[in-house]
Design a protein. Structure first.
Length: 132
């Protein structure tokens, strides 16, 4: 059963794409803006970061960890359910580092998401990375 309006569903699909494209292209502020103001990002490698200031701190740690390489997040199998301005979602990801034009597979896994609508727009309220 499909939940949410077609417009809401399209907005959330765009959110999933914007998340990956913004962090891969170094548009750090746009990545942070994918989250609610109190949003949480949890990574087995980096830990948990709650709120916009902490998400910006994560971005700085992540950027440094790249060591000059570029990253590419490939997102697939996006699925979510919505009810009353909230939702649960997940998707698969493939994560590459690209250095000197050569891609290297770094990780595959799943994002587990809590979605929330704020001021008429959809955001990640919590995004958990599950590697493997």
């Amino acid at each position: 059963m499909v939940s949410g309006s077609w417009e809401e569903r399209e907005e959330i699909r765009e959110l999933y794409a914007r998340y990956a494209l913004s962090i891969d292209d170094g548009r750090w502020d746009q990545w942070v803006e994918c989250f609610t103001t109190d949003g949480v990002f949890e990574s087995p490698r980096f830990g948990a970061f709650a709120g916009r200031d902490e998400l910006r701190r994560f971005v700085n740690l992540y950027r440094t960890s790249l060591g000059g390489s570029r990253a590419r997040h490939i997102v697939a199998n996006v699925s979510f359910a919505l009810a009353g301005g909230r939702g649960q979602g997940s998707c698969s990801f493939i994560y590459y580092h690209v250095e000197a034009g050569k891609p290297q597979l770094v990780a595959v896994g799943t994002y587990r998401d809590d979605l929330r609508q704020e001021n008429g727009r959809w955001f990640f309220a919590r995004r958990r990375v599950e590697a493997g």
